[in-house]
Design a protein around this ligand. Structure first.
Ligand SMILES: Nc1nc2c(ncn2[C@@H]2O[C@H](COP(=O)(O)OP(=O)(O)OP(=O)(O)O)[C@@H](O)[C@H]2O)c(=O)[nH]1
Ligand SMILES: [Mg+2]
Length: 309
């Protein structure tokens, strides 16, 4: 059976080369409630993808040759197929690397369609390395403006940030492998906001906390074993994925903790550690969700802080 014929609440769409690569690992690490789709103008790249549901944008193309307009037109020719694949989802996460032709040209068309289909639309995008040059930067900025017009949330991840995260400065495919992993963690964090049956609900729904033009600080930490509570906090706070503001400038902070099970004592312990890591007096909204797919001693934390521009 085609997995997309039974409707998942969350659909994750990898767009273009980077987007398709980044969600590849998700098809192995399976996120609860999610289905995957890859779309590209480049047929060859699609063939290589291990994600089973694929759409070749424009049908007859072998790539966009770096031109977002070519990709936009190709995507408009594939609207029917895209509608079929995306309809019924409550949340659609669009994952792409901005700066090339396909991701930058196709993503806004897909985001608009997703919105028309009634979904909550989240874009998880990377911004080019500085060394990729002004041409790619400009294409990324143009696309970002379009995405901010039609998405509910845009998580912007600057590629440059990985120099802080990776132990060594890497270029080329080494850097991209680290980035792929990072984007994946961003997707998981977004999916966590929506996917699970929450044991503790956030006081404010995410839609009141996040909007596409807000500055976002976001960090993710996973950990296991005895020391997991400290570990997840250190990872999430020391190496944020997006850091468009300082925590001291945040108007609100919310965090999601996901585990197989969590006792009240454990939750209080985690909450206590989080409180030592954020500026005093800041409003903190916490939510807890269970994921049966996780190991008993495994924990995942995502922290979101927001501030106006
Ligand atoms: N995470 C990740 N980022 C990548 C990868 N390859 C390229 N990038 C980044 O993503 C941006 C877009 O590149 P691609 O995804 O190759 O481009 P595309 O969207 O397929 O567009 P065209 O190939 O020009 O049609 C680049 O400017 C890089 O910053 C990758 O394998 N993984
Ligand atoms: Mg490509």
């Amino acid at each position: 059976m085609d997995i997309l014929t039974k409707t998942a609440r969350i659909k994750i769409v990898g767009v273009g080369g980077a987007g398709c690569n980044a969600i590849r690992k998700l098809s192995i690490d399976k996120i609860q409630d999610c289905e995957l789709l890859v779309v590209n103008t480049d047929q060859k790249a699609l063939t290589r993808s291990i994600v089973s549901r694929k759409i070749h944008l424009g049908n007859d193309l072998t790539g966009s040759y770096g031109n977002p307009t070519t990709a936009r037109l190709a995507t408009e020719r594939s609207l029917e197929e895209l509608t079929d694949a995306l309809k019924g989802a409550e949340t659609i996460i669009i994952v792409t690397g901005l700066g090339g032709g396909t991701g930058s040209g196709a993503s806004p068309v897909i985001a608009k369609l997703a919105k028309q289909l009634g979904a909550v639309v989240v874009a998880v995008v990377t911004l080019p390395f500085i060394h990729e040059g002004p041409n790619r930067q400009q294409k990324a900025m143009d696309c970002l403006a379009l995405l901010e017009d039609c998405c509910d949330v845009v998580l912007r991840i600057p590629n440059e940030n990985i120099n802080v995260v990776a132990e060594v400065n890497r270029l080329g495919t080494g850097a991209f492998a680290v980035l792929d992993d990072w984007i994946l963690q961003g997707c998981v964090a977004v999916a966590d906001l929506f996917a699970h049956k929450k044991i503790i609900q956030p006081k404010s729904p995410w839609s009141e906390v996040l909007n596409p033009r807000q500055r976002i600080w976001m960090g993710v930490g996973t950990g296991s074993g005895e020391n997991r509570f400290v570990e997840v906090c250190e990872r999430a706070f020391r190496r944020p994925m997006a850091e468009e503001l300082k925590l001291t400038e945040a108007t609100q902070i919310s965090y999601q903790v996901v585990s197989r099970e969590l006792t009240l004592d454990e939750f209080n312990r985690l909450n206590g550690i989080v409180r030592t890591m954020v500026p005093q007096g800041l409003k903190i909204d916490a939510s807890v969700a269970y994921d049966e797919g996780m190991a008993e001693d495994e924990l995942r934390l995502s922290v979101w802080a927001v501030g106006s521009r």
